[in-house]
Design a protein. Structure first.
Length: 336
């Protein structure tokens, strides 16, 4: 099943035509094992749902599932299981959901405009909220003005919206100095807190360049995100070109040095408490021309997935200059 982002709902078919009379329990789960929808003896069980699906699902009599306001995070595998009275699985069906999202590309740390336009007239007392993939608040507009006191400090002074966004319907957000690719969400809420509109955009930040001269003491591959990442977050630095190597791994509060390539052993380090500070930068000691290439850092938890790519250039000794100095010395020796 494939849908465009912004549709009101999507139908995930179960095709459970022959088990409806025998079924006593129907359970939909996602590829992370979270419960999307549970029904027992014809009655929905919202208390068993994962919070991210609360008030967004509806099951038909034939066990097809309607997922309301699908987002990019909703993409993936969904499984429908139908159980008998004695707990036996009568049917298991998998459905793949793909969500197409508009994309915006920008160079590293350049300003970018994230488009979002309302298709209907919005009430003047509505609340506009932009969030990132971690649900960190990037920008809030309410009661006729921006609300910097309600945005995360990481984004403060780096975001702005057009004048009178609710009147014009242009809810686009300009972000200065974006540092990594992310899924960003524009949500509009009524005064009562109901969702009036929700749109997403995929921001792709092009590779940043880092250059260092061979013989330098160290080089830093920068990567900063909003702080307070979940404790189960995994951080992995890899070199993907010219050949793949595991450069550094951080998990469960410590560096996993036994899982890095021998070439980088004892040459890499991260700052203390990277999950708390959001500073995921990697320091590489004693860089040589063999270190140059394309590096990727990806960060993953049950709620967050972020990734950046950095091109590292390591310049060798200036052979031309050395050669020029040698030729300048030759006549002096001849004169002697």
């Amino acid at each position: 099943v494939e849908v465009d982002l912004g549709v009101e709902s999507v139908l995930l078919p179960s095709r459970a035509l022959f088990h409806q009379r025998k079924a006593t329990k129907v359970e939909w789960t996602d590829d992370d094992g979270r419960k999307v929808h549970v029904s027992e003896i014809g009655s929905d069980q919202p208390a068993e749902q994962d919070w991210s699906y609360r008030n967004r699902t509806q099951m038909e009599k034939n066990f097809d599932l309607i997922l309301k306001h699908p987002t990019y995070k909703d993409k993936g595998f969904y499984t429908c299981r139908v159980y008998s009275k004695d707990g036996k699985v009568l049917m298991k069906r998998e459905v793949v959901l793909k969500v197409r999202v508009p994309q915006v590309e920008v160079d590293y740390e350049e300003s970018v405009r994230l488009p979002c336009r309302a298709s209907v007239q919005l009430p003047k007392d509505a609340r506009v909220e932009w969030t990132d993939d971690k649900n960190t608040v990037m920008h809030v507009y309410q009661n006729g003005s921006d609300r910097p006191d309600q945005q995360h400090p990481y984004y403060r002074t780096r975001t702005r919206m057009e004048e009178d966004p609710l009147g014009t319907g242009d809810l686009s957000l300009t972000v200065d100095q974006p540092k990594y690719s992310d899924i960003l969400t524009c949500s509009v809420y009524s005064r009562e807190g109901d969702v009036l509109m929700r749109k997403q955009v995929l921001l792709r930040v092009r590779d940043q360049q880092v250059e260092v001269e061979e013989g330098a003491e160290s080089v830093v591959l920068p990567f900063k995100t909003p702080p307070d990442l979940p404790e189960n977050t995994l951080i992995v630095w890899e070199r993907v070109k010219p050949e793949f190597m595991r450069v550094h791994k951080y998990q469960k509060g410590s560096n996993q040095t036994d899982q890095q390539d021998e070439f980088y052993r004892n040459r890499t380090r991260m700052e203390e408490d990277p999950l708390g500070t959001g500073d995921l930068s990697l320091t590489l000691d004693q860089p040589t021309v063999r270190d140059r290439g394309e590096y990727r850092c990806w960060v993953e938890s049950s709620r967050v997935r972020r990734e950046i790519t950095i091109q590292l250039r390591v310049t060798g000794r200036d052979l031309v200059q050395d050669h020029a100095e040698d030729t300048n010395q030759t006549p002096l020796m001849a004169e002697e």
